[in-house]
Ligand binder design. Structure first.
Ligand SMILES: Cc1ncc(COP(=O)(O)O)c(C=O)c1O
Length: 398
C-alpha cells in the first residue's frame, strides 16, 4: 500500500510518518506490520475520546440504520443535529445559543468571518501573529505566518495583525473592525496561553468599538483544557465561538455558535448567507452528540487537569526547557528543532506517537486522547525520557 500511497494520494510534506494502519482502539493504533503505537497525538487533538469509543460507535451505528445524508444543511429536521445544537446551547453561556454545523474547522472559520462582516457591515478583520485558523482562503488570510501564505496571495483584503498577549496592540481594534479572531490558546505557535487579563481586555475593546470577538476553540475545545471550552478559564464570552476537531469523536466536523440575533443575519439580505451540502450530516452529528454527552456527563474534564499534573511531574529532563499549555494540550519545548525532531522520530520507532507544532519547530506536541489512563501516560513519558537520555548522552559526547 505504501507505493500506492505515494503514487496516488496527494502529499503535503515530502516526509509523512507513513504508518500503514491496520486498526485502532482506545489509546493505541496498530499497523499492518503488527506493531502497536501509544497515541500521544490523538489525530492532532481530534480523537478526544480515543479511538473507536464504544458510545461513539454505537451512536454512529444507530444512525446508520436510520438514514444517512437526506438533504442539504438546514432544510429538513433531523434529530441528531438538532439535539447536538440544543445540547451545545445548554452547555454554553448566554447568548451563545445558535449553532451552525459545518464539515471542518476551517469551514467554520469561514462562516464566522462572514458572520462578523455581515453583522457589523464592516470589512476589517484583525488576527494574531503566529495564529493558525485553517487552510482555506479566508482562514489562510487570518493566518499569522507569512512564510506559509505568501505563495497563495492575493488573499482577503483588509486583514491586519496584532501580537497575541500584547496589550498596546489592542488599541488597533477600532470602529472600522468587523471582527477580531484569536485562538483562545495559540496552537501552531507553540501552545501559548493568554495572560490572565488579555482576553478580557480584547473583549472590552471589541465591545467599546462595536467589533465582534471570534474565538477559535477548534483545538482547545471539547474538554481538552479541563473545561468544555478554553474561554471559560478567562471570564469572558466570545461573540462567535468556533469549534471542530475533538467535537466529532473521530469524524469530520466543525461549527460556529453565536447569538440568535447575530446568526439570524445569515437568513436575510441575502438569504442563504452561508450554505453547505453536508454540514450537519446526521451520522457525524450522532458521533458528535455522543462525544459531547460523554465529555459533559463523565469526570473526563476534571481528570484532564490531574493528567496534566502527572505529565508535568514525570517530564523532567535537561532537554526539556519548558512545558507549555493547559490540560492535555501540552507542548514540550526542547533546545532546538533538531532535538525535537529526533525525539519525535525515535519515539515513533519505539512505539510512541508524538508530533510537531506548525510554527514552533523546537516544540513537541503532546495531545493524547482525554481518555488516556495514568498508566499509559507513565509508559509514554518513560519512553520520551529514555529517548531524551540517549540524545543527551550523544550530544554530551560531541
Ligand atoms: C486552531 C485551529 N483552527 C482551525 C483549524 C482548522 O481545522 P480543520 O483542519 O478541521 O479545517 C485547526 C486545525 O488544525 C486548528 O488547530
Amino acid at each position: 500500500m505504501k507505493k500506492d500511497f505515494f503514487t496516488y494520494q496527494a502529499q503535503t510534506t515530502p516526509h509523512p510518518l507513513a504508518l500503514e494502519i491496520s486498526h485502532a482502539e482506545g489509546s493505541y493504533i496498530y499497523t499492518t506490520d503488527d506493531k502497536s503505537y501509544l497515541d500521544f497525538i490523538a489525530g492532532v487533538s481530534a480523537c478526544s475520546l480515543g479511538h473507536r469509543h464504544p458510545k461513539v460507535i454505537d451512536a454512529i451505528k444507530e444512525q446508520l440504520d436510520r438514514y444517512l445524508h437526506v438533504m442539504v444543511y438546514g432544510e429538513f429536521i433531523q434529530e441528531t443535529p438538532v439535539q447536538l445544537a440544543k445540547l451545545l446551547a445548554a452547555n454554553l453561556p448566554y447568548p451563545l445559543e445558535k449553532t451552525y454545523l459545518t464539515n471542518s474547522g476551517t469551514e467554520a472559520i469561514e462562516g464566522a468571518l462572514k458572520l462578523a462582516k455581515r453583522v457589523t457591515g464592516r470589512s476589517e478583520l484583525i488576527a494574531a501573529k503566529n495564529a493558525y485558523h485553517g487552510n482555506t482562503m479566508g482562514s489562510m488570510s487570518v493566518m499569522g505566518f507569512e512564510e506559509r501564505k505568501q505563495a497563495f496571495r492575493p488573499l482577503l483584503p483588509d486583514v491586519s495583525s496584532i501580537s497575541f498577549n500584547n496589550y498596546d496592540d489592542i488599541n488597533r481594534i477600532t470602529e472600522r473592525t468587523a471582527g477580531v479572531i484569536l485562538e483562545t490558546i495559540q496552537g501552531g505557535a507553540g501552545f501559548i496561553v493568554p495572560h490572565h487579563e488579555y482576553l478580557k481586555k480584547v473583549k472590552q475593546r471589541c465591545e467599546a468599538v462595536g467589533a465582534l470577538l471570534i474565538l477559535d476553540e477548534i483545538q482547545p475545545g471539547f474538554g481538552r483544557t479541563g473545561k468544555l471550552f478554553g474561554f471559560e478559564h478567562y471570564g469572558i464570552i466570545p461573540d462567535i465561538l468556533v469549534m471542530g476537531k475533538g467535537m466529532g469523536g473521530g469524524l469530520p466536523i466543525g461549527a460556529f455558535t453565536a447569538s440568535n440575533e447575530h446568526m439570524s443575519t445569515l437568513q436575510d439580505r441575502p438569504k442563504l448567507g452561508h450554505i453547505t451540502t453536508f454540514g450537519g450530516n446526521p451520522v457525524i452529528a450522532a458521533a458528535a452528540l455522543a462525544t459531547l454527552k460523554e465529555i459533559t456527563e463523565s469526570d473526563l474534564m476534571s481528570a484532564t487537569l490531574e493528567k496534566e499534573k502527572l505529565f508535568r511531574s514525570l517530564l523532567k529532563h535537561p532537554l526539556i526547557k519548558e512545558i507549555r499549555g493547559i490540560g492535555l494540550m501540552l507542548a514540550i519545548l526542547t533546545p532546538t528543532a533538531e532535538i525535537a525532531n529526533q525525539v519525535i522520530l525515535k519515539c515513533k520507532d519505539e512505539g510512541l506517537l508524538l508530533f510537531w507544532l506548525l510554527f514552533k519547530p523546537a516544540a513537541i506536541r503532546v495531545t493524547p486522547p482525554l481518555t488516556i489512563s495514568n498508566e499509559e501516560i507513565e509508559i509514554g513519558c518513560k519512553q520520551i525520557l529514555r529517548v531524551m537520555d540517549l540524545i543527551y548522552s550523544e550530544t554530551e559526547s560531541l
